[in-house]
Design a protein around this ligand. Structure first.
Ligand code: IMP
Length: 417
């Protein structure tokens, strides 16, 4: 299951629904930058680090491709315990990387330095942690199991990080003993959750179990295929599930994309279908479009089929879930971006391969009729007003991918199949 847009598509709810039919749920990339909201059994869950499957007590995996903030993870494991769920259902890959305190400081300091050119990150240390992983300076979850190695790696990292912090970012350096005192406690508490998650998933697949891979962030935030540099530092697209968990790509049978019936984006970067005028604020209020992790206002736009078509392609999407259709009930007319007009005046249905073309792309709209009535009472697709149905079918036709699920409200059961 992958985000088909810029994140916040309502994946938490869909994954919670699919988790009921899954034997294992895995996160394969990202870290506590995710903010998955799930409403189930009268309780609201806001998860950042754990797979959403935990809500339905499904065994859950944090794969090697993830970055883990140990304190956030421990807090969420504690939350499970408080709500009567055995945290022992969670296994964390020893190969996942740890977000260390300096990663948070550097994320914040580097955004400050960029000023107007900032990426608008969640400031949770994600980029700096992945950067250290790539430069082989990272500290992994399995290092928690060996105090000697852990201390040595922290010292090695601090030798370099403190120089950067003081000389480049003019920030306070970290003290090895302070960090060590915290990490020793965290290590002790996290050790029981560390395991061989690649083997766990392999064995589950081998015995015919259903494994769900839960993408965080989304296609347009993919490090390689998103709108770089306004992206996250991992690979949310479907193929990331194979690398991020440690299984072959041939093991993936289906790819479900999740898209809102409109678009939102947090952070900076071009956004052709962004709504101009007061309807943007109206849509934001109606859809509750404020960040789960950061509380930031999300930018809102009408549905962008050019970007979605691209998401269908790069994910090899086999079906789509369209969420929050109910939020559009308030509007008489619903513009949908069907093509981009690029420099020179040409129109294209394809997402531009080069950033400057994307930056200068203007939306070409098709205006669909609204349905001007709430969708609360709809319990099957047959209950949808004709215009709402027409909206869904239009999207399906334009993308040439079946829409499998339609979201009409926040609760677990407000999804039509
Ligand atoms: P980072 O992942 O914190 O480095 O942020 C990089 C970009 O990804 C920024 O534009 C963030 O707003 C965006 N981003 C990261 N996580 C999420 C998410 O869960 N939903 C929406 N946007 C996200």
């Amino acid at each position: 299951m992958v985000g088909a847009q810029w994140g916040d598509e309502g994946k938490g709810k869909i994954v919670d629904l699919l988790a009921q039919e899954s034997d294992v749920v895995c996160r394969y990339q990202g870290g506590p930058n995710a903010g998955h909201t799930i409403v189930a059994g009268g309780e609201t869950w806001k998860l950042r680090q754990l797979p959403s499957g935990v809500v339905s007590r499904t065994p859950s995996v944090i794969g090697a491709g993830c970055v883990v903030d140990p304190q956030v993870l421990l807090d969420e494991l504690e939350l499970l315990r408080e709500r009567g769920i055995d945290p022992g259902i969670v296994t964390v890959s020893g190969n996942a990387h740890l977000i260390m305190p300096w990663h948070l400081t550097i994320d914040q300091a580097s955004e400050r330095r960029l000023g107007k050119l900032q990426i608008g990150t969640t400031r949770r240390g994600i980029g700096p942690a992945y950067a250290d992983k790539a430069s082989r300076l990272g500290i992994r979850v399995q290092d928690l199991l060996d105090p000697k190695i852990l201390r040595q790696k922290i010292r090695l990292a601090l030798d370099e990080k403190n120089l950067w912090l003081e000389r480049v970012y003019e920030a306070e350096p970290f003290d090895l003993d302070d960090i060590w005192a915290d990490m020793e406690v965290l290590a002790h508490r996290l050790a029981p959750f560390v395991g061989d998650t690649s083997l766990l998933v392999h064995d589950a697949l081998g015995t015919g179990k259903n494994v769900l891979f839960e993408g965080a962030q989304a296609t347009m935030l993919d490090l390689d295929h998103g709108t770089y540099p306004f992206v996250t530092s991992s690979n949310p697209i479907a193929s990331g599930a194979a690398t991020g968990v440690g299984i072959g790509p041939t093991r993936i049978d289906r790819v479900l994309g999740v898209s809102k019936a409109y678009v939102t984006r947090v952070g900076e970067g071009p956004f052709p279908s962004e709504i101009e005028g007061p309807q943007q604020a109206q849509l934001r209020e109606l859809g509750g479009e404020f960040g789960t992790v950061t509380g930031r206002e999300r930018r809102c736009g009408w549905l962008d089929l050019v970007a979605l078509r691209y998401a269908v392609r790069v994910n090899g999407m086999t079906s789509l879930a369209l969420t929050k259709l109910d939020v559009l009930s308030a509007f008489d007319e619903l513009p949908v971006c069907v093509r981009y007009r690029v420099r020179g005046g040409d129109e294209t249905p394809h997402f531009p391969a080069h950033q400057s073309d994307f930056h200068h792309a203007d939306p070409v709209w098709e205006v669909l009729e609204g349905w001007a009535q709430p969708l609360d009472g709809c319990t099957s697709v047959a209950d949808l007003p004709p215009a709402a149905r027409a909206y869904v079918e239009f999207v399906e036709r334009e993308l040439d991918v079946p829409i499998e699920l339609v979201g009409v409200g926040a609760a677990r059961d407000s999804v039509l199949a």
